[in-house]
Design a binder for this molecule. Structure first.
Ligand SMILES: Nc1ncnc2c1ncn2[C@@H]1O[C@H](COP(=O)(O)OP(=O)(O)O)[C@@H](O)[C@H]1O
Ligand SMILES: N[C@@H](CC(=O)OP(=O)(O)O)C(=O)O
Length: 418
């Protein structure tokens, strides 16, 4: 059996959902677990619901309404009559969400966030499952929260692998088609919904593949496969036909956002191949991540991460930046949930480029100022070139304000203020 994953771009409107049926038909696969993300940009829209809920002036009703309307419109494009049970299911799911918001007593932002944004995947998977049935694709809808068990680290939950393995083996048939949600899990002790981190549905596909010993995983995207540069920012890109697990882990880690970085480890452990293919051209080979050569074709890869913060610290008394000082810095970076993208240090200074995913910058800076002289730059971009040649680095840096540069044998990184 195989695992397919369809992300937000593959279900962003009724035509796209129809195309998913066509992709399944063209592959001819019969034994599949299909992982579905929220439709289009629904997770962002639900984040606005959460924001409105926690703000005194927020308009929760309006924010909810636009999410409802978006899905209602997709349903009208898929089913000819509003008497189709999918419409009643949409209403029921939204009532549940409203009830949660009306009755919730918790002020824990991350907890509320997960209970709310999870509705994106629940709704999308129900719609896709109903549309499959309508078109003769027999399938079983599975609530993934019965299978993926996690800790209580809301918004970035860690998988409890043993329990998850057992639940998946118990509840998922390797035969036929199962439709389920990406990105979601449930806290093991009390079953509250958790999420695995933004864009975590690729990771869900890998979890199922690992637990079911799947033949392979395909993540269907709006690009021909993994390219040697992010096509949103680079005009001349090349399709990578084959990437080794190790190289793909590096690329994803540095920010090649086409694959979620957590996806590759479980697959690599069992040597399960990962295909990245275009849902617009399903019979094209796309990219295979698996055993074998590092990169085919062997070429430089350009990756960028935007919206980062570069923090530069120096000791107040010119003492060296040594293990004790740096130890404190890392303790606080961890405490304020900063994702460290790059570090560099000298005798009395230490620079760290971070992603402030949880908006904790002010608190972190206040803490750091107790011990260090602190400078920082917001909204910087981290460029990474794997397998670089010096001419490419020179061209990239031309006319740009390079704040920091770091070079190793394979990789050069530049922090740039745009
Ligand atoms: N190296 C890369 N190769 C291909 N696509 C990339 C790369 N880096 C970034 N992307 C972006 O990743 C997008 C697809 O991933 P994603 O948005 O997560 O899809 P989905 O949410 O539908 O699963 C592409 O549209 C492209 O803009
Ligand atoms: N819907 C979630 C999870 C996800 O993986 O989405 P996508 O497959 O569209 O990147 C998010 O937007 O973060």
């Amino acid at each position: 059996m195989k695992i397919f994953k369809f992300g937000g771009a593959s279900t962003k409107d009724a035509e796209s959902v129809k195309n998913v049926v066509s992709v399944i038909a063209q592959t001819g696969e019969k034994d599949l677990v299909i992982i579905i993300s929220a439709m289009g940009k629904t997770t962002n829209a639900l984040e606005e619901v959460v924001q409105a809920y926690f703000s005194e002036t927020g308009d929760v009703k309006n924010a909810l309404h636009s999410v409802y309307d978006f899905h209602y419109k997709i349903l009208t494009g898929l089913f000819s009559a509003t008497s189709h049970p999918a419409f009643a299911e949409l209403d029921k799911t939204f009532k549940e969400l409203k009830r949660f918001l009306e009755t919730n007593k918790s002020k824990n932002h991350a907890f509320v966030y997960d209970q709310v944004v999870s509705f994106g995947e629940i709704i999308s998977s129900k719609i896709v499952s109903a549309y499959f049935s309508e078109n003769g694709i027999k399938n079983t809808w599975l609530d993934v929260r019965q299978c993926i068990k996690t800790d209580a680290n809301y918004r970035d939950a860690n998988v409890a692998w043993e329990k998850t393995q057992k639940k998946i083996s118990d509840k998922v048939s390797p035969k036929g088609i199962t439709v389920t949600q990406g990105f979601l899990g449930a806290e093991d002790s009390n079953n509250f919904t958790t999420t695995l981190g933004r864009e975590g549905s690729d990771y869900t596909a890998a979890i199922f593949a690992y637990c079911l010993n799947a033949e392979n995983v395909t993540i269907w995207k709006d690009v021909p496969g993994v390219l040697n540069a992010d096509p949103r920012y680079f005009t001349q890109t090349q399709l990578l036909n084959h990437i080794s697990y190790r190289e793909a882990i590096e690329l994803a880690f540095y920010g090649a956002s086409v694959i979620h970085p957590k996806t590759l480890q479980p697959l690599q452990r069992k040597e399960i191949p990962l295909f990245v293919k275009s849902f617009l051209n399903p019979t094209a080979p796309g990219t295979c991540v698996g055993k074998g050569v590092t990169l085919d074709p062997q070429t430089s890869c350009f990756i960028l991460k935007k919206g980062l913060v570069l923090i530069s610290l120096s000791s107040l008394d010119f003492s060296f930046m040594m293990e004790d000082n740096i130890g404190d810095v890392f303790k606080w970076l961890h405490k304020y949930k900063m994702k460290v993208e790059m570090i560099q240090n000298s005798a009395i200074s230490f620079s760290v480029c971070v992603n402030d995913k949880f908006n904790n910058l002010e608190e972190l800076l206040a803490k750091l100022r107790e011990k260090f002289s602190v400078k920082w730059n917001e909204n910087v971009t981290l460029y990474t070139i794997r397998h670089f040649n010096p001419a490419e680095v020179k061209t990239l840096a031309e006319n740009k304000n390079v704040l920091l540069k770091q070079e190793s044998k394979e990789t050069v990184q530049l922090v740039i203020k745009e």
